[in-house]
Design a protein around this ligand. Structure first.
Ligand SMILES: Nc1ncnc2c1ncn2[C@@H]1O[C@H](COP(=O)(O)OP(=O)(O)O)[C@@H](O)[C@H]1O
Ligand SMILES: [Mg+2]
Length: 223
């Protein structure tokens, strides 16, 4: 059978893309769709996520999303995430980029800047220090920040809870004002880092949102 797959593409030094946004904004859906699109384009793609993309990250995911770190406060959460992130960078992301893969990461350092910083109250200087340690100064080439309004997010989170156990439990339990503040934080992130962070309207159908992301990657010469 003829294949749609194009000739292998190997960008030197790879290409690093992250997805950010609140719960139910469609990050995991879009990360998977983009991974598929890029494979069809001929790229070698690594899909990964945070926390959970490395052995230590899996432990931190359980501790954090189980709510066990919340009572210790945002600094404790941020430190756990920092150790997991650095392991993920050293063992997974950097080796993939060195093999010229495209890395698609579902949440990365910006999530800590928003959840523990903008919402949790850690000072920007603290977030900067932890981010430098966590990432070893490796940031994505582009970050897609999915934005949906409160009603859409609520409906999707509910739908997901009733179908599968893939929610960010610790944060699912927070009230609406928490989720509103998270959305506000991610919009602030896009204003603050406009070259890297692209605000994407996540309210449309999955294919429509995916097309917007594809258009943006076309501008960057990736597809
Ligand atoms: N564009 C969309 N339109 C409608 N439903 C969506 C869309 N994107 C995702 N969903 C559904 O909403 C829920 C949350 O999506 P998900 O990708 O898991 O969000 P996130 O990873 O940001 O929390 C899932 O049940 C998913 O199937
Ligand atoms: Mg998800």
């Amino acid at each position: 059978m003829p294949s749609n797959k194009k000739a292998a593409k190997q960008p030197t030094g790879g290409y690093f893309i992250s997805f950010e946004g609140g719960e139910g904004s469609g990050k995991s859906t879009q990360a998977a769709m983009l991974g598929e699109t890029l494979r069809e384009e001929g790229y070698d793609v690594l899909e990964t996520r945070e926390p959970g993309g490395s052995p230590g990250g899996k432990i931190v995911r359980e501790v954090l999303l189980g709510g066990h770190a919340a009572e210790k406060g945002p600094l404790a959460e941020a430190c756990l995430l920092t150790s997991a992130r650095r392991e993920h960078v050293d063992l997974v992301i950097k080796p993939a980029l060195a093999s010229n893969q495209v890395v698609v990461c579902d949440r990365y350092a910006d999530s800590t800047r928003i959840y523990q910083g903008y919402v949790g109250g850690l000072l920007p200087e603290t977030i900067d220090q932890l981010e430098a340690i966590a990432t070893d100064d490796l940031m994505p080439e582009v970050t897609y920040v999915l934005d949906v309004d409160a009603d859409v997010s609520k409906t999707r989170r509910k739908a997901r809870l009733s179908t599968k156990d893939d929610g960010d439990d610790r944060f699912e339990k927070e009230d609406q004002s928490f989720h509103d503040k998270v959305s506000e934080g991610f919009r602030w992130l896009c204003d603050t880092f406009p070259k890297r962070c692209i605000l994407i309207d996540g309210a449309g159908k999955p294919n429509t949102v995916a097309l917007t992301i594809r258009d943006s990657l076309r501008l960057r010469g990736l597809v």
